[in-house]
Design a protein around this ligand. Structure first.
Ligand code: HEM
Length: 516
């Protein structure tokens, strides 16, 4: 499969324009332009950081430096929360873990879901009927039904009741990818391309079962084209002109899911998939909209998992001390049987190992360049002190938060999975790390994704050495941030030779997934 998770064709400039416009168009479309632009500053609002060039200075800064711009502002002013005036409106930036904790608690007034409704409608190019159903009672009484709340509840419930089966299917798929790699003998691969394929197939098999539409390479390729080029769709207009590639990819996936939901294929899918089918049809949505919703579910499942897996592999294999430590941990949870011919990796236990989980968290900490975004639905006081005004947006940029030396201590720049261990010297607050979000909107698939990626990493370190083509590991650098994800993809491809480890050659491998 062609690798599409590396640097996309979109220019950095285009991406950032899209991002900035999205942040303004969403409140403007909900509250009206006059509301957005007529806000008069209030003394209780977070300190204003004036741009050097009035009105557009910050915009130019964001376009030039992207998420690093927030880090620059943070480094210069060290303000826990700021107001950036842009184009006559304002954007609030929240920088510190204690304030983020308060934002998370006020999840109704500072809403993730308002933004997620808008992005669902725009990214999925949903019908008017589906859009209306999404907005209906979305901010209303929590006890009343709404597609938004019922849909989210179904995802959360499905990931709970179906966790064991999903973990098993993902692990089996990952194992198959590793077995196939083994069969190819000493071979050079594009590591990103390989991991993208391995993780995408694992996650989608787990979601959709034996009739998984993503098993068709054309659908998998369509999905990757869609994810990689979807940013301009967020604007919600002229989708086919602004991103024909994304639309073409979306068409292919939607077609495949119409077939999946139009037949009984979905009845062999996960609890989550079957639950979604039930809930979406109960709102009388068309097969077309069902397929579009499902494409977005796939997007949520892959947009972060794939790049996280790529970076985890890169960091582990490019650091000999880290590789040795990971191997020691994995070996301690690997059992030999059949006179030493069979090895079983206890993935259930390894997925709970704080050091290995730390590998995933560090990959996310290092390469997350997006920002948690919240729509301010009503005037709200943060920490009883800072007023944020209805009709604006608030950002919690990941990179500045994840590289704040006071929060992370003197080793902030080191890739150190041990910092997440319970006995780490430097104690972290629970909101210091936001790789999986936090509070009510914490990623419901955090454990599923962590286990799948750790399955790939632990099986890879057990069986293979990876020898980079250049003779040494070269940092493939972060690509432009993908606004719809948390973590960036690598900019460059990494070609490695896969060499079987002599001491474990010709053995049969498997996973034990259930916790014992
Ligand atoms: C390494 C992999 C992943 C990462 C880093 C990740 C990250 C995140 C983050 C940061 C959020 C919350 C956004 C916020 O608070 O601003 C989130 C929410 C969500 N994620 Fe993930 N995610 C991953 C994998 C997955 C997978 C595999 C699925 C589905 C199978 C998934 C489904 C969702 C859903 C449905 C939400 C919305 C939750 C809600 O609002 O209640 N994620 N994810």
């Amino acid at each position: 499969m062609e690798s599409t998770f590396t640097e996309s064709g979109l220019s950095r400039l285009g991406l950032t324009w899209t991002y900035t416009l999205f942040l303004f168009l969403v409140p403007a479309s909900i509250y009206g332009l006059d509301r957005l632009f007529s806000l008069t500053p209030d003394a209780r609002e977070p300190p204003l950081v004036k741009p050097t060039i009035p009105i557009i200075g910050h915009l130019i800064g964001i376009i030039r430096h992207q998420s690093q711009y927030y880090t620059k502002i943070w480094n210069k002013y060290q303000l826990p929360i700021t107001t950036l005036p842009i184009l006559g409106g304002r954007l609030y930036i929240v920088n510190t873990p204690d304030l983020i904790a308060t934002v998370q608690k006020q999840h109704k007034a500072l809403s993730f879901h308002i933004l997620s409704i808008t992005s669902t409608i725009n990214l999925g190019i949903m019908s008017d009927q589906a859009s209306e159903a999404l907005w209906a009672n979305s901010g209303g009484d929590e006890n009343e039904n709404s597609l938004l709340r019922d849909g989210m509840a179904t995802i959360h419930a499905g990931l709970k009741t179906g966790a064991a089966k999903m973990n098993l299917v993902a692990a089996e798929t990952v194992l198959k990818s590793l077995d196939e790699l083994d069969e190819r003998g000493e071979v050079e691969i594009d590591l990103w391309k390989w991991a993208e394929n391995c993780i995408s197939l694992g996650a989608t098999n787990a979601l959709y079962g034996p009739e998984n539409p993503h098993k068709d390479p054309a659908v998998a390729k369509g999905m990757m084209h869609y994810i990689t080029n979807a940013n301009p769709l967020l604007l919600g207009f002229l989708p086919r002109i602004l991103s024909p590639k994304a639309c073409n990819g979306l068409d292919v996936v939607v077609q495949a899911f119409k077939q999946y939901y139009g037949s009984d294929d979905y009845t062999k899918g996960s609890d989550l998939t079957q639950g979604r089918q039930r809930i979406l049809t109960s709102y009388n949505l068309s097969l077309e909209d069902l397929a579009r919703f499902e494409t977005l579910m796939g997007l949520a499942g892959l947009v972060n998992s794939v790049p996280t897996s790529l970076w985890a592999l890169y960091h582990v294999f490019s650091d000999p001390a880290l590789l040795a430590r990971v191997r020691t941990i994995v070996e301690a949870q690997t059992v030999s049987s059949d006179s030493g011919r069979k090895k079983t990796i206890n993935l259930g236990r390894l997925a709970e190992d704080p050091y290995l989980r730390g590998v995933i968290y560090e990959a996310l900490r290092f390469h997350s360049h997006g920002a948690g975004a919240r729509a301010v639905v009503e005037d709200t006081l943060i920490n009883d002190k800072f007023l944020v005004k209805k009709g604006t947006n608030l950002l919690m940029p990941y990179h500045s938060l994840h590289f704040h030396s006071e929060t992370w201590g003197p080793t902030v720049d080191d890739f150190d999975p041990g910092r997440f261990m319970p006995d780490a010297k430097h104690k972290l607050s629970s909101t210091a790390f936001r790789g999986f979000g936090g509070g009510t909107n914490m990623c419901p698939a955090k454990n599923f994704a962590t286990m799948e990626i750790l399955g790939m990493v632990t099986m890879m370190v057990s069986r293979f050495d990876l020898v980079p083509r250049e003779g040494r590991w070269v940092d493939p650098r972060d690509a432009s941030p993908n606004m719809i994800g948390v973590i960036t993809s690598p900019k460059d491809s990494v070609m490695v030779k896969v060499v079987r480890r002599k001491e474990v050659e010709d053995l049969e491998w498997c996973f034990a997934v259930a916790k014992e």
